[in-house]
Design a protein. Structure first.
Length: 267
């Protein structure tokens, strides 16, 4: 069966209520046209606003396959309790969130989200009925040293190695985001991304998480490079930062993903 293609926008710490509402409305309005003939689960599109604007964006999102999905940029590692500043999985579910991005490199670099904490967040999210978009990726120095595959495998194994329940495993999507490509305008070449996706897929298969898991790429994806990245094979869509702050750009990336999903629907 063909793997699901994803386009997920990460709005990061951007947009007050009104621009967040306007952007969500514009994406929701253009979504059906951008999806073209792919009006089902073969293509999933979502956005991750700040915690505080989840309620603002929620009315433009929904549970149906063709609707925009609501994601969170992070989640607490605990269900609830005395954890000042944290937002737990049940709170996110109540706000309409379907999935949480976990282990983004900006969280790993600036907020101490080390492998153990990332694993705890993954477990809390899955236990709390949220799907997980797990981010992994290497620094430029690690790539230059030829350590990039080992780094990514170690991140995967720390975050996902302990998940035994097959139903939970089925709810994880991995996003490969080379840190040197995030917000830099420097994209991994289709060959670099595709090679790492092959490594990730092999690890997922060997760890029993299934070779059919979608693996996304993130790092300066724009409308003008999306189709080339998808054509490289093994890339099942994108986690998009900067370009997701513009409705037309995100919708153009959705159109490229829809063409990819339609072309691969029989495979
Ligand atoms: C991201 O933050 O996940 C990301 C990929 O950002 P950008 O597209 O801006 O590189």
């Amino acid at each position: 069966m063909a793997r699901t293609t994803w386009v997920l926008g990460n709005w990061k710490q951007n947009l007050l209520r009104e621009p967040a509402r306007n952007l969500a409305a514009a994406i929701a309005e253009g979504l059906s046209a951008a999806r073209g003939e792919v009006q089902d689960e073969r293509l999933r599109v979502g956005v991750a606003p700040t915690f505080l604007t989840l309620d603002t964006v929620a009315p433009y999102t929904g549970e149906a396959a063709i609707q925009l999905r609501l994601l969170a940029q992070d989640v607490a590692a605990q269900e609830s309790g005395a954890f000042t500043g944290e937002v737990g999985p049940a709170m996110l579910r109540e706000a309409g969130v379907r999935a949480a991005i976990i282990g983004h490199s900006e969280r790993r670099a600036h907020f101490g989200d080390h492998d153990t904490l990332v694993a705890a967040k993954v477990h809390a999210a899955l236990a709390g009925d949220l799907d997980v978009v797990l981010c992994v990726g290497e620094t430029l120095a690690q790539r230059d040293e030829g350590e990039h595959e080992a780094v990514v495998i170690s991140q995967l194994s720390a975050a996902l190695g302990g998940i035994q329940d097959p139903a939970m495993r089925a709810r994880v999507v991995v996003a490969y985001e080379p840190i040197w490509a995030i917000g830099t305008g420097r994209t991994a070449t289709p060959e670099q991304a595709s090679a790492m996706h092959g490594v990730i897929r092999s690890w997922l298969a060997s760890a029993g998480l299934g070779a059919d898991r979608s693996v996304l790429y993130g790092g300066s994806v724009k409308p003008n490079n999306a189709a080339d990245l998808l054509a490289a094979g093994d890339i099942d869509g994108f986690l998009v930062g900067g370009a997701s702050l513009d409705a037309r750009s995100l919708l153009d990336i959705v159109s490229a993903a829809a063409a990819h999903a339609a072309a691969n629907s029989g495979s």
